[in-house]
Design a protein around this ligand. Sequence first.
Ligand SMILES: Cc1cc2nc3c(=O)[nH]c(=O)nc-3n(C[C@H](O)[C@H](O)[C@H](O)COP(=O)(O)OP(=O)(O)OC[C@H]3O[C@@H](n4cnc5c(N)ncnc54)[C@H](O)[C@@H]3O)c2cc1C
Ligand SMILES: NC(=O)c1ccc[n+]([C@@H]2O[C@H](COP(=O)([O-])OP(=O)(O)OC[C@H]3O[C@@H](n4cnc5c(N)ncnc54)[C@H](OP(=O)(O)O)[C@@H]3O)[C@@H](O)[C@H]2O)c1
Length: 563
Amino acid sequence: MATCDALNQQYKSYNEWEENTIETLKKAYPHVRLRRTAGQSTPIQRPVSLVNSNEYTDRQVSLNVSVRPTFIPLTFDSNAEMKILSQQTGPFTKENPFYATVLQNIELTGAHNNFDGSSTQQEQPQPVLGNESPRQRKRIPIPSAFAGTNDDEHHSVRLIVFDAPDLSHLPGDHVCILPENTVANVNGVIIACGWQTGNELLNKPCSLAGYTQNKYQTLRQILTNYVDLTTPLRPHVLNILATYATDSRQQREILELGKGAQRYTDWLINEPTVKETLEQFPSVQMDLGELIQLLPQLQPRYYSISSSSRFHPNQIHISFSVVSYVTPRGVVRKGVCTNYLQQTLPKLSENGQPIVTLWKREPSRVRLFISPNPHFRLPGQDILSSSLPLTKNAGGDAYLPLNCPLLMFAVGSGIAPFRAFWQELQVLERRLGSVQVERVLFMGCRTPNDFVYAMELRELTSKTSRHDKLFTAVIPVYSREKMGVKRYIQDAMLTYEDMIYSLLNQENAFIYMCGSVRSCQGIESALASIVQSCNEYDLTLTQANNIIKQYKEDGRIKQDMFG
Ligand SMILES: Cc1cc2nc3c(=O)[nH]c(=O)nc-3n(C[C@H](O)[C@H](O)[C@H](O)COP(=O)(O)OP(=O)(O)OC[C@H]3O[C@@H](n4cnc5c(N)ncnc54)[C@H](O)[C@@H]3O)c2cc1C
Ligand SMILES: NC(=O)c1ccc[n+]([C@@H]2O[C@H](COP(=O)([O-])OP(=O)(O)OC[C@H]3O[C@@H](n4cnc5c(N)ncnc54)[C@H](OP(=O)(O)O)[C@@H]3O)[C@@H](O)[C@H]2O)c1
């Protein structure tokens, strides 16, 4: 925006604005041809509201700039040097990610996870607080959104350990991972665009590198790392695609989808990838470079860090559920990032021995950066900066995480941040001495096989002296153990309502929940229901909900939701 003074060199100001605007657009779209057609200055009628105002416009000039993507020369510069990432310097961000070596890549589900040794003992932990006895109450209705969507046999939850000496973080923080598209998807797009010239050409540095701010030098790198090849094309992109169709029937069909109406919604059911869309409409003759510029950027995925940097210095652990599902029309779809991570080659085997492959492959390096998450930190740590070295003097009250009673709810892969919590608490206990407070963890998962980290938790609850235990109780809740009976965390909460109410009301516990949005909503409703039924006053559900809302606003209830 610029202001022109009608009495003082109005057109000089205008011309300067126009020049700056064009320059800005050129920088923002280096590969887009800008066509400027400035219209004639035309008088316009002053609006009634501005008749007596000093602020008015009385002439209008329209500037038309064509920003339709034009041909991007895919010339290859064989002399260009490949950027080698020898030295990594922070701060690490989406634009400047850290390349972390994968140390270990481990399957976490399996028979070894049985927490109690016997599946029939679920929900029967040691007595938690003094005088509570589990009470049976009517069940809260449970939405069954995810019920049966995933195949138990193929459900996989994995732990990846990264070597990340240059990154500081606190329990509760996230790590953002920049995934890679599969070779099959990348090759599929290349071939569908008519590029069958082989890897040699595609692997040479190309002039499109400028488009990615020189982060990726070759076409193959750009397709692998920079653009989203799995999200179905949006209607406006389909409309551009239609202009390249040489077959009129296909063109009509694409334009129909481009209306974004019912046909588009039907088409979306199978979630077609870019490759599949190009294969569906083979008459679309589009240059690969032009296509790349129409695609959205591949976005980083967030993961709760599953380790404490005091417990595992120089490492970052993540625990993730591998996303794989079948569309209503029977097509198998796989999550981009979780399947990419699953395939990464670690440096060390599960038991810590170096892995030697016949073809001498280097361990994988994954691009990542930290996203601090002060809203889901241990009590007293929310104000600490994860970029500061973790010392006793870093600020906050070092004892607070140990002194506060904790009530934690983990659903499925939502166990991830709690592992960082219990590792941190272990280190703090070792340094500062143990404190006897209530720490209760509810874990909701499908079957005992899915109770990942059960062994670690068993260790932390099985000490002989009550004083030595990090957790006073760990309560597993299995949803698919008994045929036809779904049991969610919300049900178990009602069984333990007196204990939960006591932690909330008398012990001033901090409450944490992590998992899918629906499960956290369910847990929150169950908390409100417990407040209503255990409170000494005759509260309405709205009043109980308001109490929960207040706890959330005060930071006593903390949520980290995904999915
Ligand atoms: C703050 C935050 C923290 C997170 N922490 C963790 C964590 O610790 N561990 C973890 O595993 N994940 C975590 N996630 C989720 C993670 O970021 C990714 O979204 C997840 O791993 C999927 O990524 P992907 O690339 O594999 O899948 P994508 O390629 O992004 O595909 C995911 C898409 O698949 C669809 N989908 C998934 N399952 C089904 C289904 N059954 N039926 C139909 N459609 C389905 C969903 O619509 C979703 O849009 C977190 C997310 C956030 C926002
Ligand atoms: N961002 C993402 O897109 C993302 C990331 C991770 C996971 N996911 C998806 O989210 C789902 C959860 O994945 P996961 O592997 O972590 O966990 P999961 O094993 O699928 O689910 C964990 C537990 O939560 C239960 N559950 C389902 N709905 C619930 C509800 N409303 N309230 C309370 N508990 C509920 C499940 O029961 P039942 O299944 O037996 O009903 C199961 O026992 C999967 O479908 C996965 O594909 C998505």
